[in-house]
Design a protein around this ligand. Structure first.
Ligand code: GDP
Length: 439
């Protein structure tokens, strides 16, 4: 995410830090580089101009240059201004005092509306709500089907009335929600390739008919400044409460994320980070700014861990570790829990300082599949006491798992080292990553 921008800014600040004492000319030079980096990342030119001017004024105007760590102060100011640029506050759905809360999703075709209608339903369901998905894209039968398939997958009901006028479907869906105890209604609407009057009229009709509590625009981050223009038009014509910025997992340059709030006044409430149903995050400007400046995003990492790790299991695991009863089966279990958190490469990106260093390292998710296969080819007794595994068994296990004797040997060696490390950890009282599951 935003790799190019992130690299350029970090290089600039590294040079600045190397200088020790800063003069005004150093700040001017650094700001020139920041300006270029932002423009290259497709950030709106006026936003860039204002941003750089503000940062520069703060850097030169205060006692920054005379402070003990001037470069750090400059980075701090850039960080703060970047948070401000993205709207400051964290994205949330406003829940209506009287149910159902009505959420209307709009956007151009292909932006990710249907996918994000389902992701939102999934997220709200996990928070204890009873959502209803509503198919108002009457032009493409495939769109209704797509929503139904996703709804089925998530066990969330989908309301549809075929090709009836969208505003009528929306009104009927609210009655349906009232009668069936749904406290959130998420309406997926039709998109178009471009903005046109027909689309706006249709959306205005739905808005008037159901008075949504949240009108959220879904835009594709990959489209850069086009996403910003789309947001501006929709906001002017319909009035938006927020934006869902999708496809941030792709090779986006950052222009949309950094310009939308400043240009349109609309905050980005959620970020879409993949095609899977749990690939949605509340948009945290502070964490986003930290990621861009290479400070990592430990908070999101911890939240993901808490969501994915079964608390009861984490406790059991801790007990086992304390008693040194941790087996290869437990190791397998931990690995599966880790996998629920998402691809390893995207997790590493959130660790401060790691993302940049590992950006060229290819992490082969196949390796974990091999480890799984090897452990599954062992007997239960062997998983408990790997020391029992002799060479002849290593051969059989390699054959059974479709791997090599070397791979089996390597895993056993690593496990043995891990056990040793655990012994030291438990005797010194620290519990490493296994303590992460605890609230
Ligand atoms: P709609 O026309 O606006 O309803 O768009 P869809 O929901 O059908 O999404 C269009 C395509 O984008 C689909 O192939 C989705 O799987 C994909 N997509 C949606 N959101 C994301 C995202 O956050 N990341 C990635 N990588 N793909 C996404």
């Amino acid at each position: 995410m935003f790799q190019g921008l992130s690299d350029k800014l970090q290089e600039t600040f590294k040079r600045l830090k190397g200088k020790g004492i800063l003069k005004e000319a150093d700040v001017t030079e650094a700001m020139r580089e920041v300006r270029i980096a932002l423009l290259e990342a497709d950030v709106n030119f006026k936003v860039v101009k204002d941003f750089v001017a503000k940062v520069k004024e703060r850097c030169i105007g205060q006692d920054v240059l005379e402070s003990l760590s001037p470069a750090q102060q400059v980075i701090k100011i850039v960080h703060e201004e970047m948070i401000d640029l993205m709207g400051g506050a964290t994205g949330k759905i406003l829940i209506a005092p009287k149910p159902p809360t009505v959420i209307l999703l709009l956007g151009l075709q292909g932006a990710g509306k249907t996918t994000h209608a389902a992701k939102l339903a999934n997220m709200l369901k996990k928070q204890g709500k009873h959502p209803l998905l509503v198919a108002c894209d009457i032009y493409r039968p495939a769109a209704i089907k797509q929503l139904q398939v996703l709804g089925e997958q998530l066990n969330v009901p989908v309301f549809s009335m075929g090709q009836e006028p969208p505003a009528d479907i929306a009104v009927a869906s609210i009655n349906h929600a009232n009668q069936n105890g749904h406290d959130v209604v998420i309406i997926d609407t039709a998109g178009r390739l471009h903005i046109n009057e027909e689309l706006m009229d249709e959306l205005r009709a739905i808005k008037t008919a159901v008075r949504p509590h949240e009108i959220l625009l879904v835009v594709d981050a990959m489209t850069g400044q086009d996403a910003v223009n789309v947001a501006e038009s929709f906001h002017k014509e319909i009035g938006l409460d927020g934006v869902i910025l999708t496809k941030l997992d792709g090779d986006t340059r950052g222009g949309a994320a950094l310009s939308i709030k400043a240009v349109t006044g609309c905050t980005i409430k959620f970020a879409g980070t993949g095609e899977k149903m749990d690939a949605i995050e509340p948009f945290h400007p502070d964490r986003m700014a930290s990621r861009i400046l290479g400070m990592g995003d430990v908070l999101t990492l911890i939240e993901k861990a808490q969501e994915s790790f079964d608390q009861k299991k984490a406790k059991e695991m801790e007990q086992k570790l304390r008693k040194q009863e941790f087996t290869l089966d437990d190791f397998l279990d931990q690995m599966q829990q880790m996998k629920k958190m998402g691809p390893l490469s995207s997790l590493l990106e959130m660790i401060p300082g790691v993302g940049k260093q590992l950006k060229d390292v290819k992490i082969d998710e196949k390796d974990t599949a091999h480890i799984e296969a090897i452990i599954r080819s062992m007997t239960l007794e062997e998983r408990r006491k790997p020391a029992l595994i002799k060479d002849s068994r290593k051969k059989r296990i390699a054959k059974g798992s479709g791997t090599s004797v070397q791979e089996v040997g390597r895993l056993l060696k690593q496990f043995e080292q891990m056990q040793k490390m655990m012994k030291q950890l438990t005797s010194s009282g620290g519990m490493g990553m296994f303590g992460m599951g605890k609230k």
